[in-house]
Design a protein around this ligand. Structure first.
Ligand code: WTA
Length: 657
């Protein structure tokens, strides 16, 4: 157990209630929430059954919930298809010709895809996958940028019961290769190039390097984003998307899948070196994602919903693809960097498309803030009615800026806490009901039983720091770590195992406290996972990338608070005794190296070379000491297990220089 004391000095007294006009337009009232809470407290499984009934099922489930610590199953025996729930259900309504996706490319092209068209394109690709021999239960890797085809690829997999494994387009060939091989993907869907910050990102070229070391890949499907680029295609393996789908009818029946049929694997960082393949299934995931969109985004028929996440992260799965489409909403998708070519781009997009809901990350908000108010003030943002954030705690200053400069003091902000593992939003305000205090995600949604506890599992007092846990499984929780049940058990379910009082708590890895109003304040990770620009990184992952460099002997990576990015990464590196190097050049070389091993997002902001790293007698690197050195240059607490103080002294000297 991570037994450090968690303390917080944050005090925030501002409170914001939903405006009368927001309340008047919402169908969700305080009574709605009360009755949901009541149902959930009487019988939480019956509560989720009630929500599952909102989906379309080919056959209703036989068993609503099975708990075999730490493995859960929801709605077994039920048959459904998630692409059917996102597409087909709308075709017989007047949503058929409604825009499902409005896409704006970075250079400014606009494409509108209706539900009918999206259904057709998804069916065509699904047929193409079947033709290539991809079967139900096979894994399909998706390595794409922000184009509607990424959504189509996910839905096509869901239609035939293939399991998608989306790999963020910013990852390097090494990361791509590892994720393909770990999941044993048989097919890779990619695109020639993606466009970002005015540059072409060569996705197919990177994919080619990766695929050369991926023995399980039999086929790749390449979406042609650029009309002009030359793209080498390997005969037999590589197929152009447009050629493969050209002669398809565009209307294939969806597979009727068991609720527990796997929907996707999504790799995420953990506290050890190897990323974990978070494994999600169909029925429970769909149930809770659908429910959360209804409650948290208060979704309405006329909404134009804009989420700035990338499809490569869980937010892009649940809240760009599946959630809004299940509700028949219009999703605004933007290809590029929100501050390109000017810092006003994102606000221009909102004005151009009359966006009503904006869902983004605190790091993005801080970056928008840093350009000043003149950019948002230059656009008409009056279409906005609701704002949201995700990914890390939002500092009250950024919250106030978002609220007043973007929302004009008129839009509630939903600060949503959740994780790749929970699949959907767990803690969030209900915009028409909750009185919000900047900086807290407020309270768990009805049906979610969350608490802040001590290491013995007992509930903390008001404002006492502790560990955030979920006390009852929820339908959209990850079922396992792909191929590693033991790691799933160890990581999430071993800190608070079942005892005479409870059936085991899910451990989130986050520290938190609960205030006198019941608001939960997230205080950050208590493990070695850090949030950099809203992306989740394992410091161990960056360390193992560094030590893979031939000249590096040892590395320890820690996070340091950063005004814009939330956290910056500082790497302490010990070089091999034989290595000859110029620290300045090596600094850059190692940053590039990490970029190549993992991706640019993981490049350390700073590298410090050291003769030795401080260690315990058992040889564990004492990262706490490194953190303290960086934070203050002072050392406190118990250092009697230190092997060699000289290491600390020389690190401290560097700090003072
Ligand atoms: C952090 C992103 C504070 C938290 C959906 C969590 C947050 C991790 C919030 C999951 C929030 C996410 N306030 N912290 N509103 N949302 N986090 O898997 O530490 O990329 O455990 O999922 O992000 O990151 P992940």
């Amino acid at each position: 157990m991570h037994d450090q004391k968690i303390s917080s000095l944050q005090v925030e007294n501002r409170r914001f209630s939903p405006s009368e006009s927001f309340q008047a337009q919402s169908s969700i009232t305080a009574q709605t929430i009360e009755s949901l809470q009541k149902l959930a407290s009487q019988d939480v499984v019956a509560f989720w059954e009630h929500q599952a009934n909102e989906l379309h099922w080919f056959r209703k489930w036989e068993k609503s919930f099975e708990w075999n610590y730490p493995f859960m199953k929801w709605f077994q025996g039920g048959l459904l298809n998630l692409s059917y729930n996102c597409l087909d259900i709308h075709l017989s309504t007047n949503r058929a010709n409604k825009a499902a996706i409005i896409w704006e490319s970075e250079p400014g092209e606009i494409r509108t895809i209706t539900y009918r068209q999206l259904h057709k394109e998804v069916c065509k690709l699904a047929e193409a996958l079947l033709q290539l021999g991809v079967k139900k239960g096979d894994v399909v890797a998706i390595y794409m940028g922000m184009v509607p085809e990424a959504t189509m690829a996910m839905l096509a997999c869901a239609r035939i019961g293939a399991i998608h494994n989306v790999i963020f387009g910013g990852f390097s060939e090494e990361s791509l290769k590892d994720r393909i091989n770990d999941s044993k993907a048989v097919c890779l869907i990619t695109q020639d190039v993606a466009q970002r910050k005015g540059f072409f990102i060569q996705l197919k070229e990177t994919a080619d390097i990766a695929m050369a070391s991926c023995p399980t890949i039999q086929h790749s499907i390449v979406y042609q984003r650029s009309a002009t680029m030359y793209t080498p295609m390997q005969a037999g393996r590589d197929h152009w998307w447009h050629e493969l789908t050209a002669n398809k009818k565009g209307n294939i029946a969806p597979e009727q899948l068991d609720a527990e049929h796997p929907l996707f694997i999504l790799y995420t960082s953990g506290s050890t070196g190897k990323p974990k393949g978070i494994f999600h299934t169909t029925g429970g995931y769909a149930t809770q994602v659908r429910y959360s969109v209804q409650l948290v985004f208060d979704i309405r028929e006329t909404d134009v919903y804009f989420c700035t996440a990338d499809v490569g992260w869980i937010t892009g799965h649940s809240y760009i693809t599946y959630g809004p489409l299940m509700h028949g909403a219009t999703v605004l998708m933007y290809e590029g960097t929100p501050t390109y070519p000017t810092a006003g781009r994102i606000w221009e997009i909102i004005e151009r498309h009359n966006v009503t809901i904006l869902y983004t990350a605190p790091t993005a908000i801080r970056s928008f803030m840093s350009f000043g108010e003149r950019y948002p003030l230059a656009s008409d943002l009056s279409s906005l009615r609701l704002l949201g954030t995700v990914g890390e705690p939002i500092n009250p200053e950024a919250w106030m800026w978002y609220y007043s400069v973007i929302g004009k003091n008129n839009c509630p902000i939903v600060d949503t806490w959740w994780q790749t593992e929970t699949g959907s939003i767990m803690i969030s305000p209900i915009p028409s009901v909750t009185t919000i205090t900047p900086g807290t995600a407020t309270a768990p949604l009805p049906g979610v039983i969350a608490d802040v506890v001590r290491s013995d599992g007992s509930s903390c007092e008001i404002n006492e720091g502790g560990y955030l846990v979920i006390k009852h499984p929820v339908p959209s929780m990850a079922r396992t770590v792909f191929g590693d049940d033991e790691r799933y058990k160890q990581t999430y379910w071993s800190e608070f195992p079942p005892n005479e009082h409870h059936q085991g708590f899910y451990f989130t890895g986050d520290g938190a406290r609960k205030d006198e109003f019941g608001n939960i304040w997230i205080m950050g990770r208590v493990d070695d996972v850090v949030n950099v620009s809203g992306h989740r990184l394992g410091t161990a992952e960056v360390e193992s990338a560094l030590v893979a460099h031939p000249d590096v002997a040892e590395a320890a990576v820690i996070a340091k608070p950063d005004e814009v990015k939330g956290n910056a990464l500082i790497a302490f590196v010990t070089m091999n005794k034989t290595a000859q190097y110029d620290p300045k050049l090596m600094n850059e070389e190692l940053r590039q190296w990490v970029g190549k091993e993992i991706g640019s997002i993981a490049k350390p902001d700073e590298i410090r070379f050291t003769e030795q790293l401080p260690k315990t007698r058992s040889g564990k690197i004492m990262r706490r000491l490194l953190r303290e050195i960086v934070a203050s240059g002072t050392i406190s607490g118990d250092t009697t297990t230190l092997e060699d103080f000289s290491a600390l002294e020389s690190l401290r000297k560097q700090e003072e220089e």
